[in-house]
Design a protein around this ligand. Structure first.
Ligand code: 5AD
Ligand code: SF4
Length: 471
């Protein structure tokens, strides 16, 4: 048994991380899933969604097949998120259902993994639940085959590493889409924003080698993928852990030169956004004009308490450069309301910034204290009622600008990558270069293609369109 420890997770050493190409191994376990099914439930960010694609790859590598029906599953994997209390609650609600199922069908194997499994207090609790069979964290899910075998031979397994592992290459992967793909460029985060649990749950920053990233993108392109999204907690800091000065701008340039039609990246941090990056984005047609740049608050005082290390003035300078150099760029953001000590005046400053930047979209959250982070210990005397009222005001403003930016697109034609059926009126959905969701009146032969679409109707969250070819 190996339990996580938040103090160890906080430590950062200079020691170089190893890139391992043959650490995943399933010798003698290739068939343990023969004729059996697994179900995977995923909570949280794109990083977790992509981890689940790897976990699926691993499960299928050892003979399991995927099911979406919990009643048919022999193995249930819960890949959890720890970012806010409500992410916890969702996973815990699901655990209640699984417990019930396990009471009826004792032979199901339950695997609890992901970011919640990296939390010290929580794992101590979960580990006592007899009906959870395997607990592993974000650093060691590649060992699930070993853990399954150990469980089958000896019973319950709990192994979570507090200190991040190495970069593990060559894991099998089963991707959710045939047209768009996530590509990890870096793991972990060293920023330690005071509210955030991620540097603890995902460990220190570890960049993948650029050669491995480029090989992956080339292979995806050769296999018909039209779009890659480069993934990291902090993509602009890519390479800062290398001994040389190769950086994210260099990587973007190289990925662009593979010729893959569309490149996106998330998430950016204003601190590391350089002019060189903006120049590469503006020069390469296949880097999409869409930047997600979390601001978190419009008040310098709160930004300082959050440990964000930029001022509003610096943030606005980046926005100005982005707008000036990247035509039709969409800018989205994340905002936290009700951070400890946020006054009405601070909150008004956040509204001011939204009025200035006029975001295409923003993800807004009420501050959620995470155990073990500095902000969880800060004095917070704003009532939840007041925080909810602030969030509602903010959302109203965000929605107004989202609709306004969509309205500018009406009757114009955009290239849309059609990625799947839409839940509306037998249409298909896709995204414009600037990441607007469009429900398109077309048939399935358009799947996986980039087609010109005329925007016929606009709403706050999506657009409607028709194929424009021949016009
Ligand atoms: N409380 C509320 N929101 C948070 N986020 C991260 N940590 C917290 C927290 N403790 C938000 C930030 C981040 C996004 C992914 O989640 O806005 O950018
Ligand atoms: Fe993603 Fe953070 Fe949630 Fe982990 S805690 S799944 S890194 S959002």
């Amino acid at each position: 048994m190996n339990l996580p420890n938040m103090n160890d997770a906080k430590k950062r050493t200079k020691q170089n991380v190893k890139i391992l190409y043959d650490d995943y191994n399933t010798s003698n376990l290739e068939n343990i899933g023969k004729d059996k099914q697994y179900l995977i439930l995923t909570y949280g960010c794109q990083m977790n969604v992509h981890d689940s694609e790897y976990i699926s790859g691993i499960m299928e590598d050892i003979g399991y097949t995927k099911t979406d029906d919990m009643d048919n599953a022999d193995v249930i994997i819960v890949n959890t998120c720890a970012i806010r209390e409500n992410a916890h609650n969702k996973a815990e609600g699901m655990l209640g259902r699984i417990k019930h199922l396990k009471e009826e069908k004792d032979n199901i194997i339950v695997i609890f993994c992901g970011c919640m499994a990296q939390e010290e207090g929580l794992v101590n609790k979960i580990n006592k639940y007899k009906w959870i069979d395997i607990i592993c964290g974000t650093h060691n899910y590649h060992k699930i085959p070993e853990y399954l075998s150990e469980y089958m031979n000896k019973g319950k397994v709990c192994e979570v590493y507090s200190i991040e592992g190495n970069v593990i290459e060559n894991l099998p992967v089963v991707r959710d889409s045939k047209y768009t793909a996530w590509v990890n460029i870096q793991y972990g985060c060293d920023k330690f924003c005071t509210y955030c649990i991620v540097p603890y749950t995902r460990g220190k920053q570890r960049s993948r080698k650029s050669e491995d990233i480029i090989d992956e993108v080339r292979e995806l392109y050769n296999n018909g993928y039209q779009e890659v999204t480069l993934l990291g907690q902090n993509v602009n800091a890519y390479g800062k852990d290398f001994d040389n000065d190769y950086d994210f701008a260099d990587l973007l340039g190289e990925v662009a030169s593979t010729g893959i039609p569309r490149i996106r990246f998330v998430t950016s941090h204003p601190w590391d956004f350089t002019d060189k990056m903006i120049e590469v984005i503006s020069k390469c047609d296949n880097i999409m004009p869409y930047i997600h740049l979390p601001i978190q608050s419009g008040s310098d005082r709160i930004l300082k308490l959050m440990g964000r290390k930029y001022t509003i003035k610096e943030y606005l300078e980046i926005i100005e450069k982005l707008r000036k150099n990247i035509p039709n760029v969409s800018i989205t953001t994340d905002i936290i309301v009700g951070f400890p000590g946020e006054t009405n005046e601070d909150f008004e400053k956040t509204l001011d910034i939204v009025n200035r930047v006029k975001y295409d979209l923003a993800y807004t959250f009420i501050f959620s204290p995470r155990e073990g982070t500095p902000a969880a210990k800060m004095k917070d005397d704003t009532s939840m009622e007041e925080k909810k009222a602030r969030l509602a005001r903010l959302n109203e403003l965000i929605n107004k600008y989202a609709l306004e930016s969509n309205q500018k697109m009406k009757d114009k034609v955009y290239e849309v990558l059609i990625i799947g059926p839409s839940d509306k009126d037998n249409k298909y959905m896709g995204y414009t270069p600037n990441m607007k969701l469009v429900n398109v009146n077309c048939d399935e032969t358009m799947l996986g293609k980039i087609v010109p679409v005329k925007i016929t109707e606009v709403k706050t969250w999506s657009l409607d369109g028709e194929i424009a070819s021949g016009e």
